[in-house]
Design a protein around this ligand. Structure first.
Ligand code: SAH
Ligand code: SF4
Length: 387
């Protein structure tokens, strides 16, 4: 079955306007349709009373809206829920709902809200911060989205990568994924953060991700949307050129070319030096920082010397470093181990001593295999020779 590219959920306002114009409709109809879909959550065009009946009927028959089916749902003890979602062509992807900031949480995966909340961070070096008196505990949550049905980037420490490449999600499928989770979790968009940290490499799917961002920016602040990339250097220019940009997270994971190539083969195509140069050119609004992700793997990139190299590499860049101790997987990541707690602490301390802001991300959802690098969608390997 082919993948529809006329999924109305993925159309940004400009596309509706062009469509309305081509149909000879008044311009305001475009906004009415967009708002009905994205602000009022309508899923049936026939029920959008502000539109003329003939238009409703046409939309309903020409552009059916179908959210991905929830095929699996696994809840973790910490409240996060991993969803297996079935797309229209049968492909299975995964998305994760993560309830946010509670007082008893040590760390919030994917979330850089700790600077605001001051809750239980392990900010290396710095004094533990107090919650600001004026900052009530908002009922925040984060949804981690997939951008592809697999990942061809093939990082050695990532289950998605080990399972091999997949196809791009359309912008409609990306939004459908979000709405399927929101509806199941009985949430609106208040307090929502969205991170593209699920399956796939978002910057290898600009045709799906850019329109999806356009839609997302209408329902959430760009500061609450984060795109994480393994460093597709040329595509960073496309993000940089956007009038509104999401937060950028970059999976650096190693501080020298050799180590990075060993664990991220993409480094041969887009080496660290060029990636860092592109990050130095990346436009950042005041008080915004780049998020640097660093998966800590025992015996690979976890020494204080590695930490100092990383600090030198990032010198002068406005960054916050997220150290992510490897989430192990006995089936797909046999060779790689999470470092011991004292090694993690020593690494974080060395980073802080070198003057970088760093947090250690204690994964949420590990018991539901919902943590970073554990999203797989399918259950069988599609590539020969892999188990
Ligand atoms: N492809 C994008 C986004 C998806 S991966 C990227 O690579 O950035 C999201 C994050 O999960 C990345 O920072 C990646 O380095 C991290 N990750 C992948 N596998 C992991 C694992 N086994 N343990 C911990 N983090 C992992
Ligand atoms: Fe792909 Fe990101 Fe996994 Fe690397 S870490 S294989 S880029 S999903």
């Amino acid at each position: 079955m082919s993948v529809p590219d006329n999924d109305p959920l993925g159309w940004p306002p400009a596309r509706w306007e062009a469509w309305a114009q081509a149909q000879g409709l008044e311009r305001y109809r475009a906004r009415q349709i967009f708002d009905a879909l994205h602000r009022e959550g309508r899923r049936d065009f026939r029920a959008i009373g502000v539109l003329p009946r003939a238009l409703r009927e046409r939309l309903a028959s020409e552009m059916p809206i179908a959210l991905p089916q929830i095929a699996r749902k696994e809840a973790s003890r910490d409240g996060s829920v991993k969803y297996g979602l079935r797309l229209s062509d049968g492909a299975l992807i995964e998305a994760v709902y993560m309830p946010g900031e509670r007082r008893d949480e040590e760390i919030v995966e994917f979330d850089d809200a700790r600077r605001d909340s001051g809750l239980g961070t392990r900010d290396s070096g710095a004094e533990p911060r107090r919650p600001r008196a004026a900052s009530p505990l908002v009922d925040r949550f984060t949804i981690c989205l997939s951008s592809q049905t697999g990942c061809a980037v093939d990082c050695v420490f990532c289950v998605t990568g080990r399972l091999g490449g997949g196809r791009n999600l359309t912008s409609g499928e990306i939004l459908g994924q979000l709405y399927a989770v929101l509806e199941d979790a009985h949430r609106g968009t208040d307090g929502m953060r969205v991170v593209f940290m699920g399956m796939g490499e978002p910057l290898l799917n600009l045709p799906g991700v850019l329109p999806a961002l356009d839609v997302l920016f209408e329902i959430a602040s760009p500061r609450r949307i984060t795109v994480s990339t393994s460093g597709i250097t040329p595509a960073l220019a496309s993000l940089a050129a956007l009038p509104r940009r999401p937060n950028l997270a970059v999976s650096i994971n190693a501080a020298d070319e050799e180590t990075r190539t060993r664990i991220m083969p993409i480094n041969k195509t887009y080496p660290l030096a060029g990636l860092i140069a592109a990050l130095r050119r990346f436009p950042l609004e005041p008080r915004r920082r780049l998020l640097v992700e660093y998966v800590l793997i025992a015996g690979v990139n976890d020494t204080p010397q590695d930490a100092r190299k990383l600090a030198t590499l990032l010198k002068g860049l406005p960054v916050k470093v997220n150290v992510i101790p490897l989430n192990e997987d006995a089936t797909y990541l046999k060779e790689w181990r999470r470092p011991a707690e004292e090694v993690i602490d020593r690494f974080a301390a060395a980073i802080a001593a070198a003057g970088l802001v760093a947090t250690v991300r204690r994964s949420k959802g590990a018991d539901a295999s919902a943590a970073c690098g554990q999203l797989k969608g399918r259950t069988r390997d599609v590539r020969r020779g892999r188990s």
